[in-house]
Ligand binder design. Structure first.
Ligand SMILES: [Mg+2]
Length: 110
């Protein structure tokens, strides 16, 4: 599915419920963070190895749902700000390719 089709579907869902008035830039950004926190909540008080197992098995549905929630609010925020998410990610990857040259060891970042 094209990402623009997804955005169109989300906007249609929003508009059919007259929710656009609630979708300020501030509240969409807050919602991204809140949903990301719900994703983190699934890992709270668990060890990293346990989370590896849970995310792939018993809690896979919950992980999938929270990942979807984060993505949905990000796409709504992109729509609100007329940001092309695919272009934005490509630009970021290109910047990171320049910032972190190949074969320099295991450094990781964003
Ligand atoms: Mg959620």
């Amino acid at each position: 599915v094209e990402i623009n089709e997804l955005i169109d579907r989300l906007v249609k869902f929003r508009d059919e419920r007259n929710w656009a008035r609630f979708h300020t830039v501030k509240d969409l950004a807050l919602s991204v963070s809140i949903e990301a926190s719900e994703l983190l909540e699934l890992t709270q008080w668990k060890t990293s190895p346990d989370v590896e197992v849970l995310a792939k098995g018993p809690l896979r549905k919950e992980f999938t749902d929270e990942i979807a929630d984060v993505c949905i609010y990000l796409l709504l925020l992109c729509d609100k700000l007329a940001i092309d998410p695919v272009a934005a990610m490509h630009q970021k990857i290109e910047a990171n390719e320049l910032r972190f040259p190949k074969d320099e060891g295991g450094e990781r970042g964003t």
